[in-house]
Design a protein around this ligand. Structure first.
Ligand code: SF4
Length: 235
């Protein structure tokens, strides 16, 4: 019996991954930030910059230290010496580059929105929010989509490296598909209410089973729904 069509598999994959993985705050820096009662788009942008090429644990620590020592607010970051920001976030790696990006972001939010990004975003049509976020320094499509999803500013399903890889192995998209194509395919396959959940679950699955180098297909609870296993077994 062949593998069912992708729209038939999507819901079953969501259910099985839900039964397999606990979504824990400590595994996702954006959850860590929002569960601390800091549901604030600027803070999420800073957390996302800190998470780039860093582990979530490193990003958490860097965020907490920056918050304690400088404060994760546009004015405190814009006024702080660059070296203080860099020292606070050193534990997360790439501290020089990230400190420049964070300070630049803080200055832009002050210059353009008088320091209050959320009040500006809340005045916009949802279709404009993504464009405004992407007009900020160092904010690309994925970061903008993370903010939109985390703060329910609209519906978007951000695609990180794990989600991109798994979507291709599951043949939800072709191997050549780029960011927007993968995002659109996933948004078609899942209900809007499930975007945040499937985003977190696919990241968990990529970290624990569907790893980049050696996917643990023999131990994967969705292997019967995945064309990749059939192919590798035939090789
Ligand atoms: S069967 Fe293998 S390739 Fe497919 S999702 Fe599971 S681990 Fe990834």
């Amino acid at each position: 019996m062949g593998i069912p069509a992708k729209d038939q598999r999507a819901q079953r994959i969501l259910e099985r991954l839900t039964s397999q993985y606990l979504i824990r705050e400590e595994d996702y820096v954006t959850l860590h930030v929002s569960k601390k009662g800091e549901r604030d788009s600027f803070r999420t942008l800073v957390a996302t910059i800190l998470s780039q090429t860093s582990t979530d644990k490193g990003a958490h620590r860097a965020y907490d230290r920056l918050n304690q020592r400088v404060g994760v607010e546009p004015r405190s970051l814009a006024n702080a010496p660059l070296k203080s920001i860099a020292a606070a976030i050193k534990i997360g790696g790439l501290h020089r580059t990230k400190s420049i990006a964070i300070k630049d972001l803080a200055r832009t939010v002050i210059d353009r929105f008088d320091g209050n990004l959320d009040s500006h975003l809340s005045s916009l049509d949802p279709a404009r929010i993504r464009d405004v976020l992407m007009s900020l320094p160092k904010v690309g499509p994925k970061t903008a989509d993370v903010v939109i999803m985390t703060h329910s500013l609209g519906f978007s399903l951000p695609v990180d490296t794990h989600i991109d890889r798994i979507s291709k192995r599951l043949e939800f998209v072709s191997l050549k598909a780029r960011y927007e194509e993968v995002r659109a395919a996933l948004q078609d396959l899942f209900f809007e209410k499930d975007y945040h959940r499937i985003h977190l679950l696919l990241i968990a699955h990529g970290r624990h089973a569907c790893k980049a180098r050696k996917p643990r297909c023999w131990d994967c609870l969705i292997s019967d729904l995945c064309p990749y296993t059939e192919k590798t077994e035939q090789e």
